[in-house]
Write a protein that binds this ligand. Structure first.
Ligand code: PAP
Length: 337
């Protein structure tokens, strides 16, 4: 197993892989591996690059998660707007509970980070425990995952539960990832150089990458099974939240009533989940996740097109070209350049 840096007991879990079970160690050592972006390496598993520290969670989730038909799974490639969509889905599904002004003030999103309200399967529940007890989750259960479509636990496809996929312009996603990775690296390692990262990204070497295969897997599934998979784009959600949050509500079988459409319920959800609101809350300024990551790392700028501040024209072209080549024939194109 290739590990870029020996683990220290004080390192957070995402910089170590000494917690891996023997079965995971055996698997990982049999897989092609490459230097990771933070500390542990990436391993090519089922056609995608996974950070090795996650393998306990990935395998346990694939082996043990039993999806129910009423489950809702939020899926993203990292840095595509996961935190935002977690907040929106939570607020949407629980809107009846927090509709009057008293209960609005007790809204869980005001005091808890969206990652604590909507847990990841392989990055939390199945990483903490091999077979966690999920019976305390109320139906419809709301979970998140970054797993590629082809690597989802079999029960997800068999149960026909709902999947909501959020996709983001690859250049903004890449820049967001680069910033985030730098926060997770040990101080003495310094920043990972942007050109080095770009080169890896364009070779498909990013967490859960290749990015294009991740996106295409869910896009294809959404075309084949529109009742089961909804494909959304971060930029469209920003541009026209009313339309896309309504689409989301329709897809989940909880459409907005005429009264809700008139009384500003949709706008209220978007206000609650806005970058400005969430990032200004004390919990998101000072809190931490179970992994030790700071909640504020999930709120950087939340803008469309921020990549222009970091990528040269040549670097941007490199991403455009690889995306164009890989997505040709897929029917999917990123209008938000
Ligand atoms: P994850 O996949 O690791 O959970 P994710 O939430 O997808 O992370 O990525 C964070 C990005 O979403 C950040 O983008 P940026 O680096 O380009 O700024 C973050 O700012 C953005 N984000 C977080 N919350 C919101 C929000 N409420 N509205 C819009 N964007 C948001």
């Amino acid at each position: 197993m290739q590990v870029s840096q020996p683990a220290r007991p004080s390192d957070p879990i995402y910089r170590r892989d000494d917690h891996l079970s023997q079965a995971c160690k055996d698997l990982v050592s049999s897989l092609p591996s490459e230097e990771g972006w933070v500390a542990t390496s990436f391993c090519l598993y089922q056609g995608f690059w996974f950070p090795t520290w996650l393998f306990n969670g990935v395998l346990a989730c694939q082996n043990h998660f039993q999806a129910q038909p009423s489950d809702i799974l939020l899926v993203t490639n990292p840095k595509s707007g996961t935190t935002w969509l977690k907040a929106i889905l939570f607020a949407l599904l629980n809107r009846a509970k927090y509709s009057d002004s008293d209960s609005k003030q007790r809204h869980p999103l005001l005091t808890q980070n969206p990652h604590d309200l909507v847990p990841f399967l392989e990055v939390k529940l199945y990483l903490q425990q091999e077979n966690p007890d999920l019976t305390t989750f109320e139906s419809p259960r709301l979970f998140a995952t970054h797993l590629p479509y082809s690597s989802l636990p079999g029960s997800v496809r068999d149960s026909r539960c709902k999947l909501v996929y959020l996709c983001r312009n690859p250049k903004d996603m890449f820049i967001s990832l680069w910033h985030y990775v730098n926060k997770r690296r040990a101080e003495e390692k310094g920043q990972i150089p942007l050109p080095k990262c770009l080169d890896k990204f364009c070779r498909g070497l990013s967490p859960y990458g290749p990015y294009w295969d991740h996106v295409m897997g869910y896009h294809k599934a959404s075309l084949e099974m529109p009742e089961q998979v909804l494909f959304l784009m971060y930029e469209e959600l920003k541009e026209d939240p009313r339309v896309h949050v309504s689409r989301l509500a329709d897809f989940l079988g909880c459409p907005f009533s005429d009264e809700e459409l008139r009384d500003g319920t949709v706008e209220g959800i978007m206000r609650m989940c806005s970058f400005d609101n969430l990032s200004s809350l004390e919990v998101n300024k000072s809190g931490k996740l179970w992994t030790g990551q700071e909640n504020q790392w999930f709120f950087r700028r939340g803008k469309v097109g921020d990549w222009v501040n970091y990528l040269s024209a040549e670097m941007a072209d490199k991403i455009d070209q690889v995306m164009e080549e890989k997505l040709r024939d897929s029917g999917l194109n990123f209008q938000y350049k």
